[in-house]
Design a protein around this ligand. Structure first.
Ligand code: ADP
Length: 501
């Protein structure tokens, strides 16, 4: 095992990796930009180094600086988290060239899966079902028109270098194809420096279901079941769960075997995810994410396997000691991404300093967060502040637990996506497991429009709780702590004191 690793990331995932390292007895080194001096990941690490100004191009994306820090502080390996440099093959190669271990797959595997057209071609060769469409990038708008005609409308134009839903255009009819080809190319150029786009058949109303993988360098490649990620906004996930409400054990096995075949085709090592579209019992390979994903905790909660620890163990050369048959799934887990966005205002990013923070806890609740009171939330980085994850015996119990936990959560200082999540937990189709990737579009009015004011509900719940506490302290004379905190100013501060007491 390593003695010390460097975590080349920030926010909740940096903290998650630091925790995994500490549980393995490994020292963790944090890096931070000038905007992150007070960030929780900096405080949690054994050492921390300033790597530059707030823009990520001058800090978290500075491969040379990160490698230099790792060498100077004596770290043996680098964990990239997700985003930033996690899927950049030249960075992985540079880490290796510096005599360090990259905690993740080889540069070749990342390259093979990084270009979506190349990955599709490879998967077709490996016998993996892909969405019908082109194997190669389109040369020009005329070719786009011809190919789209062959595939049949509606089609989806996609950036070969794509990610995060960028460079993607749904084209319903032939007269839109040329303009869509140009705009998808322009967006891909701006986002990835590569304007190549290709065509896929646009499936109407599939589910996004993905398979988690773990592979070591001793020939073990296992899948850990699926995650349902159909609740998306602009092709970006908002809520994820495991298992999916629809997959049968046979389908799970078939999808798992397909994902294992995909990983084996590129000699994959570490944790990875094969993303699929699923419709009417059929599934199609979309892409492979060659890193840990945001939504990995739901898989951890239902399988009991610590994926981040295994990333580190595998990079250190350990063999996975359990077999496919030994992986079992228990209960149901749900994750809500808590972002600094205002759902009542088209998810407009919200900035500010985090004030009072009351975190949910209790049975089956996990908080993977990267914020703390006093931390400034700006526009330099992704708006995801934290993830709230719950586990329960059944799907409905998990949903009700999530609702309870969301109601306990209090983030002052910025608007968050919490009101949106609360509405989803009460929405009939979600509760019934009737989901597909159009879920948000189809429920926009109930989920995003003005309806019951959650703040009022919370204020009422708080008032009731405070009243109850007041009654209790009056009955008992041996509770000086509770009465001290109850005299402390604002209602929310009272509540914090109350919940701690
Ligand atoms: P990115 O890498 O940009 O996130 P993906 O290929 O992973 O792109 O797709 C993101 C999302 O876009 C999917 O989860 C799904 O909602 C939608 N999508 C992608 N391909 C198709 C398709 N062929 N038909 C319908 N929806 C699609």
């Amino acid at each position: 095992m390593f003695n010390k690793i460097l975590v080349a990331n920030r926010g909740e995932i940096a903290l998650r990796v630091i925790r995994a390292a500490h549980e393995l007895g490994v020292k963790a080194v944090a890096v931070y930009s000038e905007a992150d001096r007070l960030a929780p990941h900096v405080l949690a690490a054994d050492e921390a180094y300033l790597i530059g100004p707030p823009p990520s191009a001058q800090s978290y994306l500075r491969a040379d600086v990160l490698i230099d820090v790792a060498k100077r502080c004596g770290a043996e390996a680098i964990h990239p988290g997700y985003g930033f440099l996690s899927e950049r093959a030249p960075f992985i190669q540079a880490v290796r060239d510096a005599g360090l271990v990259f905690i993740g797959p080889s540069p070749d595997a990342v390259t093979a899966m990084g270009d979506k057209t190349a990955a599709r071609a490879r998967m077709i060769d490996a016998g993996v079902p892909v969405v019908p469409g082109t194997k190669e990038a389109l040369r020009d708008a005329a070719e786009a028109r011809t190919v789209a005609g062959e595939v049949g409308y509606p089609v989806l134009l996609k950036a070969a270098a794509g990610g995060g839903g960028k460079g993607m255009r749904v084209v319903m009819t032939e007269d839109e194809i040329e303009r869509a080809f140009e705009s998808a190319g322009n967006e891909a150029q701006a986002a990835f420096g590569d304007r190549s786009v290709y065509i896929e058949k646009y499936l109407v109303g599939p589910r996004h279901i993905e398979i988690q993988l773990l592979a070591d360098r001793h020939g073990n490649t296992l899948h850990l079941g699926e995650r349902e990620c159909s609740i998306q906004r602009r092709h970006q996930k908002l809520i994820e769960e495991a298992p999916s409400a629809v997959l049968t054990p046979d389908e799970r096995r078939a999808m798992g075997e397909m994902a294992v075949a995909a990983a084996r085709a590129v000699n994959y090592e570490g944790a990875g995810t094969v993303e699929c579209l699923y419709q009417d019992g059929e599934f199609y390979f979309l892409e492979m994410n060659t890193r840990i994903q945001v939504e990995h905790p739901v898989t951890e909660l239902v399988t009991g396997v610590d994926l981040v620890q295994w990333q580190i163990r595998i990079a250190a050369g350990e063999a996975i000691p359990f077999t496919q048959d030994e992986i079992t799934w228990e209960g149901h887990a749900i994750e809500c991404r808590i972002t600094s966005e205002d759902p009542a205002n088209s998810f407009l990013p919200s900035t500010g300093r985090i004030g009072n923070l009351t975190l949910p806890s209790g049975p089956g609740v996990r908080w993977d967060g990267g914020i703390a009171t006093g931390v400034e939330v700006g526009l330099f980085y992704d708006p995801m502040l934290a993830k709230l994850i719950v586990h329960g015996p059944t799907r409905l119990e998990a949903i009700d637990r999530m609702k309870r936990a969301l109601l306990e959560l209090r983030v002052e200082g910025v608007d968050t996506s919490v009101p949106f999540h609360l509405r989803v937990m009460d929405e009939a189709d979600f509760r019934a497991g009737r989901l597909d990737i159009r879920y948000l579009e189809n429920h926009e009015a109930e989920l995003l429009g003005a309806s019951v004011d959650e703040e009022l509900i919370r204020a009422a719940a708080l008032a009731a709780a405070l009243l109850e506490e007041e009654r209790r302290t009056q009955r008992s004379v041996s509770r000086p702590q509770a009465s001290t905190s109850a005299s402390g100013g604002s209602a929310w501060r009272n509540r914090a004191g109350w919940s701690r007491g």
